[in-house]
Design a protein around this ligand. Sequence first.
Ligand code: SF4
Ligand code: SF4
Length: 436
Amino acid sequence: MYKESKFNISFIRENANYMYNSHTGSLATLDEEYQASLNSINQKDLMNIPDDHILKLKEAGFIVDEGIDEFLIYKYMTNNSKYSNHFLGLTIATTLQCNFRCPYCYEEHLDSYFDVEKEENLKKFIFNNLEDKKALSITWYGGEPLLQKKMIDRVSKELIKFCDEKKITYNFDMISNGYLLTKEVAQQLVNENKINSVQITLDGGPETHNQTRYLRNGQGSFDRILENIKDIADIINVNIRVNVSQNNVADIHRLIPILLSNGLNKKVNLYFAPVTVHEGTCQSVSESCLVTEEFSKWETELIDYADNLGFEMGNMYPSNLGGGVCTAVSNNTFVIDSEGDLFKCWNEVGKKESRIGSLTEGITNINQYVNWIEWNFPEKCMDCSIFPLCKGRCPDMSRNGKEVECNQLKFNIVDRLIRYCMNNPSTPSENEMIKI
Ligand code: SF4
Ligand code: SF4
């Protein structure tokens, strides 16, 4: 016996019935015969269903064996990935200081840097923890990581040598505000430090960006960041994160033509993100945060707007990237700050009370550590059709019984799929679309 997958999402477009599955990524139009077969399966009447219908529906993941608990299987997959011992993932805050003073920033800007001793401790910690690993991933983070660029240079050089000798694969990236990211800096980061991508945030057009992302002296940063992005876009992969809040949503419409007229179409990856509330300084802007459902509408509208202007946003096909869940609840992933403290989540950087240990002592607060690792998916996720795409969203938001807001895809996935169909009318990729 078979049943419909709980990860199916159906919609109608131009009088055709579409079906998408968030686990397999299949997308298909179901003709009347297939639709009738699916209805029969739902009524537990398999008598008159042709074998090839069963085969194809199963292959696409639209039907599964009756006894299968898809949520449990998916949970098993995420556990496999989160308890894996092959990988070390680090987010390293080179300093807690920043050259910006964004009002929504949740970090306190302490004058904390890696000195010679802490840098040695960091390298020892990484080398020791890499002994039995096959892959290393580092995100250079802050404050502003480039305030400590020389430290990044020194540590990267030794890590690259170590990994090359031990045949450990590595992937390095950076989250920077972009102000210090000149052409020369980017060139060096790529060539010598093997950093392959950088995430830079813009908060809309020049006016609103300068109101929320300003220097310590209050001066705006938009023009300089834009110049830097133009200079580096051919050197390093640039992901532009555009924070969307009630305050800047209208102004983002001005940003996209600016990126276009500055020759950045097809050179950068642009995406939108909601400003979320975390404890600490971000509380002060909580009124301007968009709840996710509202954000999802703005996201769809902004993507449409970019499409109409001819700005390349990529195919944005909702793909499940495997079992991987947030690194905060994974085994071999740590956030390290410039005090030499270890954390599980980067929202906690600099908060002594949340540390799970230190570079020199390892994990000392086992309760705190286990509390993260043993995080469970919120109950509402058990019946969610986009669970494989969202995986319970942000554990930090739902830890200790807190209610988590759903991923925006929960509200706009059909918009996303229709956009994909419109942009790919006759040549669907075989991996993504199975035509039935
Ligand atoms: S650039 Fe980042 S770290 Fe610096 S103040 Fe803004 S949000 Fe905080
Ligand atoms: S947080 Fe919401 S969207 Fe994400 S898996 Fe859970 S129920 Fe689904």
